[in-house]
Design a binder for this molecule. Structure first.
Ligand SMILES: Cc1ncc(COP(=O)(O)O)c(C=O)c1O
Length: 263
C-alpha cells in the first residue's frame, strides 16, 4: 500500500487493517509524485495499491489524480481514491474530482465517496469494475458484517442525487462564496491555504490562539472549528472554514469582518 502522508484518519486506519492482513504500507510525502514513483520503482510487491484523498480533508487541496493514474498505469498498481469532499461539488454534474480532471473510467481505479457531506445523509459508496466490486461484496468484512443503510436514508439519497445532478446553480453559488471569502480574507495576518474547494483552512499556528479564535467566533454566532495536532501537523493549528452554497453573501461578509476585528 502506498499512502499519502496527509490522508484522512479513516484511510490511516484502513492501512492498519491492511497491515494486519499482511500488507506492507509505505507513506509518501504529501502529493509528492516523484517520491511515490521512487517507492513504486523500488517495490517488488506482486500487488501495489496507491491510496489517496482526492480533496484533502484538512487542507482542501486536490491530489494530482492525472499524474497518480499515470503512475498506477506505469507500475501496474491500483488507485484507491477517497472523494468524500469532491463528490457532489466538483466536476460535471457534481460527479467529483475524477470528472473535474476529465479522467476516463479505468479498471484500476476504486472510487470511494461518502454520503454525509454534499449528499447530506450518511454512509458511503465504492465504485469500480464489476470484478473489483464482486470481490469486495464477497470478501470485505466491514461491508458484510454491517447492517445495510435504512430505506429512509436510501430514499433521501435518491433525492440528493437528483439535486446534485441538477445542481450547477448551487455549485456556481458555492464557487462565488469561496471566491468572496478568499478575496476578503487576504488582508488577515494568517495565511489561507491554497484551495479551490469548500474547505478553506486559515492557518493560525498556535493551538491556544486557534481555540480562542474559534470560541470568539462562536460567541458571535459563527461556527468555525479549531483543528489542532495530531489531526494536522504540529505548528499548523487552524480554523477549518467550510463554505456552503447555503451561506449568503452577508454570512461570508460577517465572517470576514469578525475575523478582521479579532485579528
Ligand atoms: C476524506 C474523508 N474520508 C472519509 C470521511 C469519513 O466520512 P464519514 O464521516 O461519513 O464516515 C471523512 C470525514 O468524515 C473525510 O473527510
Amino acid at each position: 500500500m502506498f499512502a499519502d502522508k496527509l490522508n484522512h484518519a479513516s484511510l490511516i486506519d484502513a492501512m492498519q487493517l491492511a497491515k494486519a492482513a499482511g500488507a506492507e504500507v509505505k507513506r509518501y510525502p504529501h502529493n509528492d509524485v516523484a517520491a511515490l514513483d521512487t517507492l513504486l520503482t523500488a517495490s517488488s510487491a506482486r500487488r501495489k495499491i496507491i491510496v489517496t484523498d482526492a480533496v484533502f480533508s484538512m487542507d482542501g487541496d486536490l491530489a494530482p489524480l492525472p499524474l497518480l493514474l499515470e503512475l498506477a498505469e506505469r507500475h501496474d498498481a491500483w488507485l484507491v481514491i477517497d472523494d468524500a469532499h469532491g463528490f457532489g461539488v466538483l466536476g460535471q454534474h457534481g460527479r467529483g474530482t475524477l470528472s473535474h480532471f476529465n479522467l476516463p473510467a479505468s479498471p484500476r481505479i476504486l472510487l470511494m465517496g461518502t454520503l454525509g457531506k454534499a449528499a447530506g445523509v450518511s454512509g458511503a459508496f465504492v465504485a469500480g469494475s464489476t470484478t473489483a466490486m464482486d470481490f469486495l461484496v464477497n470478501t470485505s468484512r466491514a461491508y458484510i458484517f454491517t447492517t445495510a443503510s435504512s430505506p429512509a436514508i436510501a430514499c433521501a439519497l435518491t433525492q440528493s442525487l437528483t439535486i446534485i445532478r441538477d445542481g450547477d446553480a448551487l455549485r456556481t453559488l458555492l464557487m462565488a462564496r469561496i471566491r468572496q471569502l478568499r478575496e476578503g480574507i487576504g488582508a488577515l495576518p494568517w495565511p489561507l491555504r491554497t484551495s479551490l474547494t469548500a474547505i478553506q483552512p486559515l492557518i493560525i499556528g498556535d493551538n491556544k490562539q486557534t481555540l480562542a479564535l474559534s470560541a470568539a467566533l462562536r460567541e458571535r454566532g459563527l461556527w468555525v472549528p479549531a483543528i489542532r495536532p495530531p489531526t494536522v501537523p504540529a505548528g499548523t493549528a487552524r480554523l477549518r472554514i467550510s463554505v456552503s452554497a447555503a451561506h449568503t453573501e452577508a454570512d461570508i461578509d460577517g465572517l470576514i469582518t469578525t475575523l478582521k476585528e479579532l485579528a
